[in-house]
Design a protein around this ligand. Structure first.
Ligand SMILES: [Cu+2]
Length: 353
């Protein structure tokens, strides 16, 4: 780091000396003879550079789409996710169309009207009609986008108790997650950081009647088609519950409860059958197989073959093991879910043993 700074200082010093000597030369030379005034040759060169640059950025855009469009997330696995994806798509299309068009105008005009000894610039102070057009179009388009976004947002964030959502707590701590199911009463028992002790990692107040049937697990199971209301808490620092396949993210803030609700509309099995998920899994396994040959040569343990699973990730850099702070999410049928949840022991029982 010190070496880098020294090199940086030397380079900057050189640049400063260069600039100073240039200023000195400029101040001494005859103004009419100075080479700092662009000639037609310079103007032509700059004009063609402009034209080349706009084709370069278009080329870059096409390359990025070609190269990386297969690393995007698969289809949304939640009802509201389809809406957010739609909103994204509309926004992207508008941005790309506007961007491609305005970049063309900017660079092409710089090329077409490049400086020339024969041409004289026209003094053109204002044009109300033009200004009106290029003001009103963005206003209308942006207002439309914002209103569309606001409606989508309020649609996603508001929910009724009539929906009878399944209440689950997501508890974040350095560096893992726990999920607490609210049991038959669908109400989470009180919890307090002062009650954290031994197995009671979440500080659940076991004297609270609502806490009696609460179940704490380290794998999230949710039934398809039922609204799930997540209540997020954090034990230590800011974390963020990020469920990319469901297009859901909410910060977990120490000292408060945040919440987010969504309805999964695809089971894990359904998602595994999606064409782009199959391709991705195959690609990963090709890489793992190659890596395993190297590992085997070194006499090290082979990597397991990858199978797709939904994940809950942490999306706030919360410390050294942030990268591995994740929990598996299983979306299954109502029956499978009921069978799974009935096998889990209530926290009150675990604490008594
Ligand atoms: Cu975290």
């Amino acid at each position: 780091m010190t070496a880098f700074l020294v090199v940086l200082v030397i380079i900057l010093f050189g640049v400063a000396i260069g600039q100073l000597s240039k200023m000195l030369r400029l101040s001494q030379s005859d103004q009419s003879e100075t080479s700092e005034v662009a000639s037609d040759k310079d103007n032509n060169k700059q004009g063609y550079y402009m034209l080349a640059f706009v084709f370069f950025i278009y080329g870059l855009l096409i390359y990025c789409f070609w190269e990386w469009s297969d690393v995007l997330l698969p289809v949304a696995a939640s009802e509201h996710g389809l809406e957010t994806d739609q909103l994204f798509l509309v926004t992207w299309i508008l941005i790309f169309v506007t961007g491609i068009f305005t970049q063309w105008l900017l660079h092409y005009f710089a090329f077409a009207y490049r400086g020339s000894k024969e041409k004289k610039a026209l003094f053109y102070a204002e044009n109300h009609k033009l200004e009106f057009i290029w003001t009103i179009i963005p206003v209308v388009v942006l207002a439309g986008l914002i209103i569309y976004g606001l409606f989508t947002w309020s649609d996603i964030m508001s929910f009724d108790d009539d929906d009878d959502p399944l209440v689950i707590e997501l508890y974040a701590y350095q560096f893992d997650w726990r999920a607490r199911y609210s049991g038959d009463d669908n109400t989470l028992g009180e919890a307090n950081v002062r009650l954290i002790e031994g197995v009671n990692q979440l500080g659940v107040d076991i004297s609270d009647p609502n806490a009696q049937d609460d179940k704490v697990v380290n794998e999230l199971h949710i039934p398809i088609g039922r609204k799930v209301l997540f209540k997020m808490r954090s034990q230590d620092v800011l974390h963020s519950a990020y469920m990319p396949h469901f297009r859901a993210q909410m910060n977990c803030v120490p000292g408060m409860v945040t919440q987010f609700a969504f309805t999964p509309n695809m089971t894990t099995e359904d998602m595994r059958l999606e064409e782009d998920v199959i391709t991705k899994v195959e690609n990963i396994n090709v890489l793992r197989t190659e890596k395993n040959i190297v590992l085997a040569a070194k006499g090290e343990e082979a990597l397991e073959m990858y199978e797709f699973d939904f994940l809950l990730l942490c999306n706030k850099i919360c410390g050294s093991n942030h990268f591995n702070m994740q929990m598996k999410i299983v979306v299954e049928t109502e029956d499978e879910y009921n069978a799974w949840i009935s096998e889990q022991a209530p926290l009150a029982v675990t604490l008594k043993n």
